[in-house]
Write a protein that binds this ligand. Structure first.
Ligand code: AFP
Length: 339
């Protein structure tokens, strides 16, 4: 096997003697250890027990699965051992005070994609690390993140990580506890012909979203003059990994369903970390009307519309919002591009 830097070596080189960077590095290494423990549980499937069994509702209001509960405990224990003063988790209603006076605040989705637990689809742990500054350290805009990443549990276990100097992928070497840097400075292709959306929500979408997707679906015979392919795994970490690998655009807009007017995905522990990862890989990430990293949070579990991926395509979708138009008037109207 070629000689790759380990995650620890990479973080040691990055942090030098800078106290805040050393704290970030220490926290990421604790999360990586937690990830190895979770990968071993997830790899067992039903042999580990009824991990997809429902438990009572939890922090953010969604139904909690047994594995959500297990992974939240593992991540909480890891952050207790880290220089983190505060933790915001999808699984906890309130913010958790950890180590008083510590320099960091961490928002985390211990297990994203839990509706896929028993379907053998890739799932993951998403984290966002910020300075524990200000009156509400967990409620900061994404542009304040010191680091962001996710651990994906799939055919391979890997950590997608940005420290604000590009986006890298560290792959867990099977049978070891070593995450190896085999994909440095991942770059998302600027253009794409592949979109990812839960199209079953079409009837609930607003006009710009309907217009954008309709133009893509009209393909070569339509205003985009080219055919598009569609993919939707229903697991944010997996759809993002594909887009980091070969490009694409992911869209989860706000829609007309009760509770979904601001979309489905959570700002602090899903959208913000994904936005930093994507922008550091040369992509773009918007709500439709603004950059996700500039959204100022007001609540721990708030949702946000999310559109990200290949830069020129995200700009195209953004134009549909800035040039908002009504879809009524039939195909002719639809046949005009958003611009
Ligand atoms: P779960 O954690 O409940 O499985 O939700 C997964 C998720 O948050 C994200 O990973 C997916 O992109 C999105 O929801 C899927 O949403 P739909 O089920 O509406 O397609």
């Amino acid at each position: 096997m070629a000689a790759y830097s380990t995650l620890r070596e990479h973080l040691t080189g990055w942090s030098g003697q800078d106290a805040l960077r050393l704290a970030v590095a220490d926290t990421i290494l604790h999360l990586a250890d937690a990830g190895i423990e979770m990968a071993r549980i997830i790899a067992q499937g039903p042999l580990a027990g009824e991990m997809a069994a429902h438990r009572a509702g939890h922090g953010s209001g969604d139904m909690q699965k047994e594995l959500d509960f297990v992974t939240n405990k593992i991540v909480t224990d890891a952050l207790r051992k880290s220089p983190a003063a505060w933790m915001g988790s999808e699984e906890d209603e309130e913010a958790q005070a950890l180590n008083a006076g510590a320099p960091l605040a961490v928002n985390v989705d211990p297990l994203d994609g839990s509706s896929n637990i028993d379907t053998n689809v890739s799932i993951g742990t998403i984290f966002s690390i910020m300075p524990a500054a200000g009156p509400a350290p967990l409620l900061q805009p994404g542009r304040n993140q010191l680091a962001a990443g996710y651990i994906i549990y799939g055919p391979q276990t890997a950590i997608v990580l940005t420290l604000g100097e590009g986006t890298h992928i560290f792959w867990l070497a099977p049978g070891t506890d070593d995450f190896l840097l085999a994909s440095r400075n991942v770059q998302i292709p600027l253009a794409t012909r592949e979109y990812a959306v839960n199209a079953s929500n079409f009837r609930y979408w607003d006009d710009p979203m309907k217009a954008y997707i309709t133009d893509c679906m009209l393909g070569a015979g339509g205003p985009r003059n080219t055919s598009f392919n569609m993919r939707w795994i229903g697991s944010l970490v997996a759809d993002t990994f594909r887009i980091l690998t070969r490009g694409g655009i992911f869209l989860y807009p706000g829609d007309g369903r009760k509770g979904y007017t601001s979309g489905r995905l959570r700002l602090l522990y899903e959208a913000s970390p994904i936005a930093m990862i994507v922008e550091q890989a040369g992509g773009a990430c918007i709500t439709g009307t603004e950059r996700v990293l500039d959204v100022v949070p007001s609540a721990l579990h708030q949702r946000v519309p999310l559109i990200f991926g290949s830069k020129t395509e995200v700009e195209e979708a953004g134009r549909c919002y800035s040039e908002a138009r009504s879809p009524t008037g039939g195909a002719a109207l639809f046949s005009q591009r958003c611009v």
